[in-house]
Structures are given as structure tokens and as C-alpha cells.
Design a protein around this ligand. Structure first.
Ligand SMILES: [Zn+2]
Length: 264
């Protein structure tokens, strides 16, 4: 996969280079003092990085538009004291169809926030990078935004070590019997109908929704988005994964509430 290859000299503790290059996805951007911008990016093999872009908010800036949120860009970075500094940037994919349609944009921004919240800084997470990039491309191609988002949630949870268990009861280990299971976000997956005390804080989960979750966990985003899923099952998926994410993060991502309001 050529898109993930990169010419970079990884900053290591030994002989730390003064500059490096990487491709990255822009997760978020904030104004800083003067005309500077703080950008949080995800790079395939360097993980999440906080960088400053000097003068990026000036009209004549050569960096500005390349560092917009959602863009995939190639950046040149100089090692700095507090933050490393972007010295050059060129956007490679800007996902115009995503930015132009609110339902797609809302899900995309939600996924950027989710990756930012789930991933620690400077810790390589190539699978999360791949999941975000494939999700952005699927949204750009007009795939169903909710399916893309649920698929990405599972991929990001899996890469962070929190993939929900979908086949065996997380309390007793028995195979889940059809239609007797519930979903237990705090326990990290499904519980069988037999385990006592495992019902606190659990959600009902239809067999259809469980099967879709298993399918999503095993397939590409294209395979996930090709499934014909009714609104009731979509709502169940959103509840189950949203609850898992709230449990893992101990909060709800800001953009999740916005997406919910938008979808009503
Ligand atoms: Zn059980």
C-alpha cells in the first residue's frame, strides 16, 4: 500500500534528527497566538503528533489550506522545544465531497475526534491510520455515513485494545445463544442469558445487530457499507458502540452528540 509508505527519519532518542517528513491526516486544528495554528495529526508510523504551524492563519500562508482538518497531507517538520514545527505542507487528498455534505462531514469530524481521544501521543497506530483513511475515502465515494462510522468505531476500538467480544459471553465464556444475549459495555462485549448479575448496565441487542457487528469487525469498510441495514438495527449499533466508547473514554465525544442531533 503505497499511500502508507513514507520517507521519514524517525526521531529516536539516540541521534535525534532535527527534522523529519511524514504523511498524516489532520485530526484537529486550533488558532494559536499571532497567526499560528496548533494542529493535531495522525501519521501512519509515528502516531498522533501535536505540531505548530507558524503563520498558518495568514492569508498569504503557504501552509494554511494544506493543514485543514480531514486532509491527508505530506508535511515536513522541524523538531522544536515544546511542539515540533511544520515547515512545509502539501495536501494530497482533501475530500471535497465529505466537506460539502453535512451528514458526511459530521461523521468524519466525529471519527477524527474519536481517534484523537483514543490514541496517546507519539505511539504508532498504523491500523487506526488505515481505518481513518479508508473511512474518509468511503465517505468521499458516497458510502452510507452511519455504516462507515460504525465500521471505523470498531476498527479504532480494536486498535486501541477495546474490540468488544461478540461471540462468547464475557462473564462465563460460553458461546452466545441466539436471542438470549445482551450487550454489556462495561464488561467489553456480549453476555449470555444465564449469567446472573451480568444484566446491570446492559443493553438489549438483537440477533441481527449482533450479526452486523460481527460482519463489520471482519470486513473492509466497503463490505460493511454494502450491507442493507434498516434504521432500527442502525440505531442499535449506534447505541451499543456509543456505550462502549463512553465506557472506554469515560465521556462522550463532543461530535457524537452533534451527529445524533443531526440524524433526528
Ligand atoms: Zn455467561
Amino acid at each position: 500500500m503505497q499511500a502508507y509508505n513514507q520517507s521519514l527519519q524517525r526521531p529516536s532518542s539516540g541521534a535525534r534528527p532535527r527534522s523529519y517528513k511524514t504523511e498524516c491526516i489532520i485530526l484537529r486544528a486550533h488558532p494559536m497566538r499571532d497567526a499560528d495554528r496548533l494542529v493535531v495529526v495522525l501519521a501512519p508510523s509515528l502516531g498522533k503528533l501535536k505540531l505548530t504551524a507558524r503563520g498558518a492563519r495568514k492569508v498569504a500562508s503557504k501552509l494554511g489550506g494544506h493543514l485543514d482538518v480531514l486532509n491527508r497531507a505530506r508535511v515536513a517538520i522541524a523538531v522544536g522545544h515544546t511542539f515540533d514545527v511544520v515547515t512545509g505542507a502539501e495536501s494530497e487528498e482533501t475530500f471535497p465531497s465529505v466537506k460539502a455534505a453535512l451528514p458526511r462531514l459530521a461523521e468524519a469530524l466525529y471519527l477524527m475526534e474519536l481517534a484523537d481521544l483514543l490514541l496517546p501521543e507519539a505511539d504508532p497506530h498504523p491500523a487506526s491510520y488505515r481505518a481513518l483513511l479508508e473511512s474518509l475515502r468511503a465517505l468521499q465515494d458516497g458510502r452510507e455515513p452511519a455504516a462507515v462510522a460504525r465500521h471505523a468505531e470498531l476498527a479504532l476500538l480494536a486498535d486501541a485494545g477495546f474490540l468488544p467480544e461478540l461471540r462468547r459471553c464475557v462473564a462465563c465464556g460460553a458461546g452466545v445463544q441466539p436471542d438470549r444475549h445482551r450487550f454489556a459495555p462495561a464488561l467489553g462485549g456480549v453476555v449470555c442469558g444465564v449469567c446472573p448479575g451480568a444484566s446491570a448496565g446492559t443493553l438489549p441487542l438483537s440477533l441481527s445487530a449482533l450479526k452486523v457487528l460481527r460482519h463489520f469487525a471482519e470486513r473492509s469498510v466497503g463490505g460493511a457499507a454494502a450491507l442493507d441495514i434498516g434504521p432500527a438495527v442502525h440505531a442499535e449499533l449506534q447505541d451499543a458502540l456509543g456505550s462502549s466508547i463512553r465506557f472506554v473514554l469515560d465521556r462522550q465525544p463532543n461530535a457524537a452528540a452533534f451527529v445524533e442531533r443531526l440524524s433526528r
